[in-house]
Design a protein around this ligand. Structure first.
Ligand SMILES: *Cc1c(COP(=O)(O)O)cnc(C)c1O
Length: 404
Protein backbone atom coordinates (compact mmCIF):
# COMPACT_ATOMS: atom_id res chain seq x y z
CA UNK A 1 0.00 0.00 0.00
CA UNK A 2 1.22 3.49 -0.82
CA UNK A 3 2.77 5.44 2.02
CA UNK A 4 0.56 8.39 3.02
CA UNK A 5 2.67 10.75 5.14
CA UNK A 6 0.10 13.53 5.52
CA UNK A 7 -2.61 11.06 6.56
CA UNK A 8 -0.30 9.76 9.23
CA UNK A 9 0.28 13.28 10.59
CA UNK A 10 -3.46 14.00 10.53
CA UNK A 11 -4.43 10.78 12.24
CA UNK A 12 -2.73 11.87 15.45
CA UNK A 13 -5.29 13.03 18.00
CA UNK A 14 -4.62 15.56 20.72
CA UNK A 15 -6.34 16.30 24.00
CA UNK A 16 -4.56 19.15 25.75
CA UNK A 17 -4.12 19.40 29.47
CA UNK A 18 -7.56 21.02 29.78
CA UNK A 19 -9.14 19.20 26.87
CA UNK A 20 -7.79 21.69 24.34
CA UNK A 21 -7.49 20.61 20.71
CA UNK A 22 -3.83 21.58 20.82
CA UNK A 23 -1.50 20.08 23.39
CA UNK A 24 -0.60 22.48 26.18
CA UNK A 25 2.83 24.06 25.84
CA UNK A 26 5.18 22.68 28.47
CA UNK A 27 6.65 25.74 30.10
CA UNK A 28 9.13 24.05 32.40
CA UNK A 29 12.81 23.28 32.23
CA UNK A 30 12.65 20.83 35.13
CA UNK A 31 10.09 18.36 36.47
CA UNK A 32 9.12 17.13 39.90
CA UNK A 33 9.33 13.51 40.94
CA UNK A 34 6.90 12.11 43.45
CA UNK A 35 9.50 9.66 44.65
CA UNK A 36 13.28 9.77 44.75
CA UNK A 37 13.41 6.25 43.34
CA UNK A 38 11.66 7.39 40.14
CA UNK A 39 14.25 10.13 39.69
CA UNK A 40 17.05 7.58 39.87
CA UNK A 41 15.27 5.27 37.41
CA UNK A 42 14.72 8.15 35.00
CA UNK A 43 18.42 9.00 34.98
CA UNK A 44 19.13 5.36 34.31
CA UNK A 45 16.74 5.58 31.36
CA UNK A 46 14.26 3.13 32.88
CA UNK A 47 11.24 5.31 33.55
CA UNK A 48 9.27 5.73 30.39
CA UNK A 49 6.90 8.68 30.41
CA UNK A 50 8.76 10.58 33.11
CA UNK A 51 10.39 13.88 32.29
CA UNK A 52 13.75 14.73 33.67
CA UNK A 53 14.99 18.00 32.35
CA UNK A 54 14.02 19.78 29.16
CA UNK A 55 17.36 19.36 27.41
CA UNK A 56 16.60 15.65 27.51
CA UNK A 57 12.99 15.90 26.36
CA UNK A 58 9.87 17.91 27.03
CA UNK A 59 6.20 17.18 26.33
CA UNK A 60 6.01 19.79 23.55
CA UNK A 61 9.13 18.49 21.85
CA UNK A 62 7.84 14.94 22.10
CA UNK A 63 4.56 15.91 20.44
CA UNK A 64 6.38 17.50 17.52
CA UNK A 65 8.82 14.59 17.31
CA UNK A 66 5.94 12.11 17.28
CA UNK A 67 4.26 13.92 14.37
CA UNK A 68 7.52 14.03 12.38
CA UNK A 69 8.19 10.35 13.05
CA UNK A 70 4.72 9.65 11.65
CA UNK A 71 5.54 11.76 8.61
CA UNK A 72 8.68 9.78 7.83
CA UNK A 73 7.32 6.46 9.05
CA UNK A 74 10.09 5.90 11.59
CA UNK A 75 9.69 4.55 15.12
CA UNK A 76 10.81 7.79 16.76
CA UNK A 77 12.19 11.26 16.20
CA UNK A 78 14.08 13.87 18.18
CA UNK A 79 13.68 17.59 17.49
CA UNK A 80 16.62 19.95 17.78
CA UNK A 81 17.33 23.67 17.86
CA UNK A 82 18.35 23.82 14.18
CA UNK A 83 19.03 21.64 11.17
CA UNK A 84 22.76 21.75 11.90
CA UNK A 85 21.84 20.88 15.49
CA UNK A 86 20.40 17.65 14.07
CA UNK A 87 23.16 16.84 11.58
CA UNK A 88 26.18 17.34 13.84
CA UNK A 89 25.12 15.04 16.71
CA UNK A 90 24.08 12.27 14.31
CA UNK A 91 27.56 12.25 12.79
CA UNK A 92 29.24 12.34 16.19
CA UNK A 93 27.01 9.61 17.58
CA UNK A 94 27.88 7.28 14.71
CA UNK A 95 31.58 8.08 14.27
CA UNK A 96 34.67 7.97 16.43
CA UNK A 97 38.28 8.92 15.73
CA UNK A 98 39.64 7.13 12.62
CA UNK A 99 36.19 6.53 11.18
CA UNK A 100 35.30 7.56 7.66
CA UNK A 101 32.26 8.98 5.90
CA UNK A 102 31.26 8.84 2.25
CA UNK A 103 29.21 11.94 1.45
CA UNK A 104 27.67 13.51 -1.58
CA UNK A 105 29.78 16.43 -2.80
CA UNK A 106 26.68 18.52 -3.39
CA UNK A 107 25.34 18.98 0.10
CA UNK A 108 24.27 21.99 2.14
CA UNK A 109 27.20 24.38 2.62
CA UNK A 110 27.17 24.10 6.41
CA UNK A 111 27.21 20.30 6.30
CA UNK A 112 30.01 20.41 3.75
CA UNK A 113 32.07 22.76 5.92
CA UNK A 114 31.44 20.58 8.97
CA UNK A 115 32.64 17.42 7.23
CA UNK A 116 35.46 19.14 5.34
CA UNK A 117 36.90 21.43 8.03
CA UNK A 118 35.58 20.45 11.42
CA UNK A 119 35.31 16.68 11.84
CA UNK A 120 38.91 16.11 10.55
CA UNK A 121 40.02 17.73 13.84
CA UNK A 122 38.49 14.67 15.51
CA UNK A 123 40.16 12.36 13.01
CA UNK A 124 36.92 11.68 11.22
CA UNK A 125 37.52 11.93 7.49
CA UNK A 126 35.10 12.28 4.60
CA UNK A 127 35.33 11.37 0.92
CA UNK A 128 33.08 13.54 -1.21
CA UNK A 129 31.64 11.79 -4.24
CA UNK A 130 29.17 12.29 -7.05
CA UNK A 131 26.23 10.61 -5.34
CA UNK A 132 24.51 9.91 -8.67
CA UNK A 133 27.41 7.60 -9.66
CA UNK A 134 26.89 4.45 -7.63
CA UNK A 135 30.24 2.94 -8.70
CA UNK A 136 32.02 6.05 -7.40
CA UNK A 137 30.13 5.77 -4.12
CA UNK A 138 31.03 2.10 -3.72
CA UNK A 139 34.67 2.71 -4.69
CA UNK A 140 35.00 5.34 -1.93
CA UNK A 141 33.93 2.95 0.85
CA UNK A 142 36.80 1.77 3.07
CA UNK A 143 36.96 -0.61 6.00
CA UNK A 144 36.63 2.42 8.30
CA UNK A 145 33.53 3.82 6.64
CA UNK A 146 30.53 4.15 8.97
CA UNK A 147 28.16 6.52 7.18
CA UNK A 148 26.79 7.07 3.72
CA UNK A 149 25.53 10.66 3.76
CA UNK A 150 23.41 12.45 1.18
CA UNK A 151 20.52 14.80 0.55
CA UNK A 152 17.49 13.42 -1.27
CA UNK A 153 17.51 16.44 -3.54
CA UNK A 154 20.83 18.21 -3.34
CA UNK A 155 21.47 21.84 -2.68
CA UNK A 156 21.76 23.77 -4.93
CA UNK A 157 22.15 21.56 -8.00
CA UNK A 158 18.97 19.55 -7.37
CA UNK A 159 20.66 16.24 -8.07
CA UNK A 160 18.53 13.36 -6.87
CA UNK A 161 20.00 10.54 -4.81
CA UNK A 162 18.81 7.04 -5.62
CA UNK A 163 17.91 6.18 -2.04
CA UNK A 164 16.85 2.59 -2.80
CA UNK A 165 20.17 1.79 -4.49
CA UNK A 166 22.19 3.60 -1.80
CA UNK A 167 20.33 1.64 0.89
CA UNK A 168 21.38 -1.60 -0.80
CA UNK A 169 25.01 -0.42 -0.79
CA UNK A 170 24.78 0.66 2.84
CA UNK A 171 23.43 -2.74 3.83
CA UNK A 172 26.10 -4.57 1.86
CA UNK A 173 28.91 -2.78 3.75
CA UNK A 174 27.17 -2.41 7.12
CA UNK A 175 26.93 1.40 6.92
CA UNK A 176 24.24 3.76 8.15
CA UNK A 177 22.50 5.59 5.34
CA UNK A 178 21.81 9.13 6.60
CA UNK A 179 19.58 11.26 4.39
CA UNK A 180 18.89 14.98 4.69
CA UNK A 181 15.35 15.31 3.29
CA UNK A 182 14.97 19.07 3.81
CA UNK A 183 14.24 19.81 0.13
CA UNK A 184 11.57 17.15 -0.34
CA UNK A 185 9.33 16.63 2.69
CA UNK A 186 6.22 14.52 1.94
CA UNK A 187 7.27 14.15 -1.72
CA UNK A 188 9.88 11.58 -0.79
CA UNK A 189 9.97 9.38 2.31
CA UNK A 190 13.58 8.14 2.53
CA UNK A 191 13.02 5.78 5.47
CA UNK A 192 10.41 3.93 3.38
CA UNK A 193 13.09 3.45 0.73
CA UNK A 194 15.68 2.05 3.11
CA UNK A 195 17.38 5.05 4.76
CA UNK A 196 18.36 4.43 8.39
CA UNK A 197 18.22 8.03 9.58
CA UNK A 198 16.29 10.93 8.06
CA UNK A 199 17.14 14.51 8.97
CA UNK A 200 15.29 17.74 8.24
CA UNK A 201 16.01 21.37 8.76
CA UNK A 202 12.56 22.36 10.03
CA UNK A 203 13.57 25.94 9.24
CA UNK A 204 12.55 25.45 5.61
CA UNK A 205 9.36 23.92 4.15
CA UNK A 206 8.18 22.10 7.26
CA UNK A 207 7.78 25.19 9.40
CA UNK A 208 7.30 27.30 6.31
CA UNK A 209 7.11 30.70 7.99
CA UNK A 210 10.77 31.77 8.00
CA UNK A 211 10.35 32.72 11.65
CA UNK A 212 12.56 30.14 13.36
CA UNK A 213 15.32 27.61 12.93
CA UNK A 214 14.71 24.01 13.92
CA UNK A 215 15.71 20.47 13.08
CA UNK A 216 14.69 16.84 13.49
CA UNK A 217 16.25 13.39 13.44
CA UNK A 218 13.86 10.58 12.48
CA UNK A 219 15.15 7.07 13.19
CA UNK A 220 14.68 3.88 15.17
CA UNK A 221 13.69 4.15 18.83
CA UNK A 222 17.04 2.64 19.71
CA UNK A 223 19.05 5.32 17.90
CA UNK A 224 16.91 8.16 19.26
CA UNK A 225 17.39 6.76 22.78
CA UNK A 226 21.15 6.66 22.19
CA UNK A 227 21.15 10.32 21.13
CA UNK A 228 19.31 11.27 24.34
CA UNK A 229 21.36 9.10 26.67
CA UNK A 230 22.53 11.16 29.67
CA UNK A 231 25.96 9.49 29.67
CA UNK A 232 26.96 9.47 26.03
CA UNK A 233 24.13 10.82 23.90
CA UNK A 234 25.27 13.46 21.41
CA UNK A 235 21.97 15.37 21.48
CA UNK A 236 21.84 15.39 25.27
CA UNK A 237 25.49 16.36 25.68
CA UNK A 238 25.93 18.84 22.83
CA UNK A 239 22.75 20.58 23.89
CA UNK A 240 21.12 21.92 20.71
CA UNK A 241 17.67 21.66 22.30
CA UNK A 242 14.54 23.12 20.77
CA UNK A 243 12.47 25.41 22.95
CA UNK A 244 8.95 24.21 23.82
CA UNK A 245 7.29 27.33 22.44
CA UNK A 246 8.91 26.71 19.09
CA UNK A 247 8.00 23.05 19.11
CA UNK A 248 4.37 24.03 19.66
CA UNK A 249 4.38 26.61 16.87
CA UNK A 250 6.12 24.30 14.38
CA UNK A 251 3.60 21.54 15.17
CA UNK A 252 0.78 23.92 14.23
CA UNK A 253 2.48 24.85 10.95
CA UNK A 254 3.17 21.20 10.15
CA UNK A 255 -0.58 20.61 9.79
CA UNK A 256 -0.77 22.61 6.57
CA UNK A 257 2.43 21.19 5.09
CA UNK A 258 0.61 18.94 2.59
CA UNK A 259 -1.42 21.85 1.22
CA UNK A 260 1.66 24.05 0.98
CA UNK A 261 3.86 21.42 -0.67
CA UNK A 262 1.25 20.77 -3.34
CA UNK A 263 1.09 24.49 -4.12
CA UNK A 264 4.90 24.94 -4.03
CA UNK A 265 5.22 22.01 -6.44
CA UNK A 266 2.45 23.17 -8.76
CA UNK A 267 3.92 26.66 -8.99
CA UNK A 268 7.50 25.44 -9.44
CA UNK A 269 6.51 23.02 -12.20
CA UNK A 270 4.61 25.76 -14.02
CA UNK A 271 7.52 28.20 -13.86
CA UNK A 272 10.09 25.53 -14.77
CA UNK A 273 8.12 24.58 -17.88
CA UNK A 274 7.64 28.19 -18.93
CA UNK A 275 11.30 29.12 -18.29
CA UNK A 276 12.46 26.09 -20.25
CA UNK A 277 10.13 26.90 -23.13
CA UNK A 278 11.60 30.40 -23.14
CA UNK A 279 15.02 28.85 -23.69
CA UNK A 280 16.42 29.43 -20.20
CA UNK A 281 18.76 26.81 -18.74
CA UNK A 282 16.33 25.46 -16.15
CA UNK A 283 16.84 22.67 -13.66
CA UNK A 284 13.79 21.16 -11.93
CA UNK A 285 13.36 17.49 -11.04
CA UNK A 286 9.82 17.58 -12.43
CA UNK A 287 11.05 18.31 -15.96
CA UNK A 288 11.57 15.17 -18.00
CA UNK A 289 14.83 16.72 -19.21
CA UNK A 290 16.23 16.56 -15.65
CA UNK A 291 18.97 13.92 -15.41
CA UNK A 292 17.33 12.15 -12.48
CA UNK A 293 13.68 12.81 -13.29
CA UNK A 294 12.97 9.07 -13.51
CA UNK A 295 14.64 8.31 -10.20
CA UNK A 296 12.62 11.02 -8.44
CA UNK A 297 9.42 9.81 -10.10
CA UNK A 298 10.14 6.24 -9.01
CA UNK A 299 10.69 7.26 -5.37
CA UNK A 300 8.01 9.90 -4.90
CA UNK A 301 4.65 9.99 -3.16
CA UNK A 302 3.03 11.33 -6.34
CA UNK A 303 0.35 13.63 -4.93
CA UNK A 304 2.96 16.07 -3.56
CA UNK A 305 4.80 16.75 -6.79
CA UNK A 306 8.47 17.45 -7.40
CA UNK A 307 8.92 20.15 -4.78
CA UNK A 308 9.36 23.89 -4.73
CA UNK A 309 13.03 24.28 -5.69
CA UNK A 310 14.31 25.16 -9.15
CA UNK A 311 17.37 26.81 -10.62
CA UNK A 312 18.05 28.83 -13.73
CA UNK A 313 21.40 29.88 -15.13
CA UNK A 314 21.55 33.41 -16.49
CA UNK A 315 25.20 33.27 -17.55
CA UNK A 316 27.03 35.50 -15.09
CA UNK A 317 26.95 36.63 -11.49
CA UNK A 318 26.36 40.23 -12.64
CA UNK A 319 23.23 39.24 -14.55
CA UNK A 320 22.08 37.05 -11.70
CA UNK A 321 22.44 39.90 -9.22
CA UNK A 322 20.77 42.36 -11.56
CA UNK A 323 17.81 40.05 -12.13
CA UNK A 324 17.38 39.25 -8.45
CA UNK A 325 17.44 42.93 -7.46
CA UNK A 326 14.91 43.74 -10.17
CA UNK A 327 12.59 40.91 -9.18
CA UNK A 328 12.74 42.00 -5.55
CA UNK A 329 11.94 45.61 -6.39
CA UNK A 330 8.96 44.32 -8.40
CA UNK A 331 7.75 42.41 -5.33
CA UNK A 332 8.18 38.99 -6.97
CA UNK A 333 10.02 37.60 -3.99
CA UNK A 334 12.95 38.29 -1.71
CA UNK A 335 16.67 38.21 -2.38
CA UNK A 336 17.31 35.95 0.56
CA UNK A 337 18.80 32.59 1.41
CA UNK A 338 16.68 29.79 2.86
CA UNK A 339 13.59 28.15 1.41
CA UNK A 340 10.03 27.10 1.99
CA UNK A 341 8.54 30.55 2.60
CA UNK A 342 5.15 31.70 1.24
CA UNK A 343 6.96 34.26 -0.90
CA UNK A 344 9.49 33.21 -3.49
CA UNK A 345 13.08 33.43 -2.26
CA UNK A 346 16.06 33.65 -4.60
CA UNK A 347 19.81 33.71 -4.18
CA UNK A 348 22.99 33.03 -6.14
CA UNK A 349 24.38 29.96 -4.34
CA UNK A 350 27.96 30.31 -5.60
CA UNK A 351 28.43 33.52 -3.65
CA UNK A 352 26.14 32.72 -0.71
CA UNK A 353 24.86 29.41 0.63
CA UNK A 354 27.54 27.35 -1.12
CA UNK A 355 30.40 29.83 -0.68
CA UNK A 356 31.97 27.37 1.79
CA UNK A 357 32.79 25.23 -1.25
CA UNK A 358 36.05 26.38 -2.91
CA UNK A 359 35.62 27.95 -6.36
CA UNK A 360 37.56 25.16 -8.06
CA UNK A 361 35.26 22.51 -6.61
CA UNK A 362 32.19 24.59 -7.42
CA UNK A 363 33.25 24.55 -11.08
CA UNK A 364 33.90 20.84 -11.05
CA UNK A 365 30.42 20.06 -9.72
CA UNK A 366 28.75 22.37 -12.21
CA UNK A 367 27.89 25.17 -9.82
CA UNK A 368 28.22 28.16 -12.12
CA UNK A 369 28.35 31.88 -11.28
CA UNK A 370 25.13 32.70 -13.08
CA UNK A 371 23.08 30.12 -11.18
CA UNK A 372 20.02 31.44 -9.34
CA UNK A 373 18.29 29.16 -6.87
CA UNK A 374 14.57 29.75 -6.44
CA UNK A 375 12.38 28.54 -3.64
CA UNK A 376 9.03 29.08 -5.32
CA UNK A 377 6.35 30.57 -3.10
CA UNK A 378 2.68 29.89 -2.62
CA UNK A 379 1.59 32.52 -5.18
CA UNK A 380 -2.10 32.23 -5.84
CA UNK A 381 -1.67 33.47 -9.41
CA UNK A 382 1.52 31.95 -10.74
CA UNK A 383 0.68 32.92 -14.33
CA UNK A 384 0.82 36.57 -13.30
CA UNK A 385 4.11 35.96 -11.47
CA UNK A 386 5.56 34.32 -14.56
CA UNK A 387 4.65 37.21 -16.84
CA UNK A 388 6.19 39.70 -14.41
CA UNK A 389 9.36 37.64 -14.03
CA UNK A 390 9.62 37.36 -17.80
CA UNK A 391 9.37 41.14 -18.09
CA UNK A 392 12.28 41.51 -15.65
CA UNK A 393 14.34 39.02 -17.66
CA UNK A 394 13.63 40.87 -20.87
CA UNK A 395 14.45 44.21 -19.27
CA UNK A 396 17.99 43.13 -18.43
CA UNK A 397 18.51 41.14 -21.64
CA UNK A 398 18.47 37.65 -20.15
CA UNK A 399 15.54 36.92 -22.43
CA UNK A 400 15.01 38.43 -25.87
CA UNK A 401 12.01 40.67 -26.29
CA UNK A 402 9.72 38.98 -28.75
CA UNK A 403 7.31 41.27 -30.56
CA UNK A 404 3.78 39.98 -30.80
C1 LIG B 1 19.16 24.89 5.80
C2 LIG B 1 19.63 23.52 5.62
C3 LIG B 1 20.33 22.86 6.62
C4 LIG B 1 20.71 23.51 7.93
O1 LIG B 1 19.57 23.82 8.69
P1 LIG B 1 19.53 25.00 9.79
O2 LIG B 1 18.14 24.91 10.30
O3 LIG B 1 19.83 26.27 9.06
O4 LIG B 1 20.57 24.69 10.79
C5 LIG B 1 20.73 21.56 6.39
N1 LIG B 1 20.46 20.94 5.23
C6 LIG B 1 19.79 21.55 4.23
C7 LIG B 1 19.52 20.81 2.98
C8 LIG B 1 19.36 22.87 4.39
O5 LIG B 1 18.72 23.46 3.39
Amino acid sequence: MAFKPANKIQDLQYFGEFGGVNPSISDSSTYTFLSAKTMFDTFEGNADGCYLYSRHSSPSNLYLGEALAQMEGTEAAHVTASGMGAITPVILQLCQANDHIVASRTIYGGTYAYLKNFTPRLNISTSFVDITKLEAVEAAITKNTKILYCETVSNPLLEVANIKALAVLAKKYGLKLVVDNTFSPLSISPAQLGADIVIHSLTKFINGSSDTVGGVICASQQFIDQLRNVNDGACMLLGATMDSYRAASILKNLRTLHIRIKQHSRNALYLAEMFRNDGLKTVYPGLNTHTSHEIFADMMNPEYGFGGMLTIDVGSLEKANELMELMQSNNLGYLAVSLGFYKTLFSAPGSSTSSEIPEEEQKEMGLSDGLIRFSIGLDNDIERTYLQMKKCMQQIGVLQKVSV
